[in-house]
Design a binder for this molecule. Structure first.
Ligand code: FAD
Length: 310
């Protein structure tokens, strides 16, 4: 049942007809607020100030993907440059996280690389960091190529890898010589069984194995590791492997999404973990929100409750 709901919601995420209509419904607009403080940069920064007081750092993503015009990609780059200025001006400990297709990967790969390089240089100048999200499996090769090229000249850059993909352990081996920054996540797209593990057990086991490999290598190769998961039990399991390898709780980061397991985020920060919350904002939230519903179909009930008056 869960798997079927997930498949349906991920199909909703890709459907252009629904993308045009569902976000206009007031109950949907109310429901998405659970996962994003608002559509404007100011809403995201406001939430960040509250988190900073609790010792929680922030990552920012302006929602939007699969752009089809070169001019849109330039506008997104300009937006993130302005965001970096605002983060610095607000004295917030914040980093940015971008999707390659939001920077025009579907339009022109070299231009996309140029935007990434511009953003990485600006992030470095602001003492910040640029993370590259990972999209569906058809983008993995190109995204890894972009990261490899970028990392050669821009050290303050990281990439997201997905533990549900069968190939990821090999991709880690390829990236290790770069001394990379890796955000490991389980994976949010609808992938065929040939490319992705399907059961939670297999995905979790792969996540654990890759995280342990990265931790083992982390000191010798100066790897930065972010565990991008709300699976606190898995985080704690990884932390005990880390401790056995002599890596303390602050030797890696725990990255979670705004609005998900917020109490756990605070508890982990209080108990000595380095926690970062990714805050998404912007008007193009529909496919991203559908992926959040797919991760936990119980969230659909919450969304439907917004149909009720008052
Ligand atoms: C910082 C960050 C960046 C990410 N970047 C990417 C990316 O670039 N590419 C990509 O494919 N995926 C990305 N993801 C999403 C990721 O792949 C998973 O889909 C998502 O994190 C859910 O899996 P989980 O690891 O939390 O584990 P799960 O096993 O799915 O969940 C563990 C527990 O967390 C809670 N939980 C998880 N998801 C939700 C939710 N939506 N609503 C409410 N509770 C929830 C539940 O209590 C659940 O039992 C990112 C996730 C994070 C946290």
């Amino acid at each position: 049942m869960h798997r079927l709901m997930r498949k349906v919601l991920l199909w909703f995420a890709r459907n252009a007809w629904l993308r045009e209509r569902l976000p206009k419904l007031p109950f949907m607009q109310r429901a998405v607020r659970r996962f994003m403080p608002g559509e404007e940069i100011g809403d995201a920064l406001h939430a960040a100030v509250d988190l900073q007081v609790l010792g929680i750092g922030t990552l920012y993503t302006r929602l939007g993907e699969n752009l089809t015009e070169a001019s849109q990609a330039q506008a997104v780059t300009d937006h993130y440059l302005a965001l970096l200025d605002r983060i610095t001006a607000a004295e917030i400990d914040g980093e940015i996280s971008v999707k390659p297709t939001q920077l025009g990967l579907d339009v022109d790969e070299d231009a996309c690389f140029g935007h990434l390089r511009t953003l990485a240089a600006a992030a470095e100048a602001h003492g910040s960091y640029l993370w590259i999200d990972m999209e569906d499996s058809s983008y993995v090769d190109r995204t890894l190529d972009l990261y490899q090229r970028l990392r050669a000249s821009q050290p303050r850059t990281g990439i997201c890898l997905q533990a549900y993909l069968r190939r990821t352990a090999k991709d880690v081996e390829r990236l290790l010589p770069l001394g990379p920054a890796i955000r490991l996540v389980k994976g949010a797209y609808d992938e065929p069984r040939e490319v992705a593990f399907r059961s939670k057990k297999e995905v979790d086991a792969n996540f654990l194995a890759i995280a342990v490999t990265l931790l083992r290598e982390s000191r010798a190769r100066q790897i930065r590791l972010g565990l991008g998961t709300h699976d606190v039990e898995l985080v704690e399991q990884i932390a005990s492997h880390a401790a056995a390898a002599g890596v303390t709780k602050d030797g890696f980061e725990v990255q979670m999404l705004y609005g998900i397991r917020a109490k756990e985020q605070r508890r982990l920060a209080r108990s000595g973990y380095k926690v970062q919350t990714l805050i998404a904002y912007g008007a193009a939230w529909y496919p991203w929100y559908m992926r959040r519903l797919a991760e936990r179909p119980a969230n659909v009930l919450f969304a439907l409750r917004q149909l009720l008056p008052g």
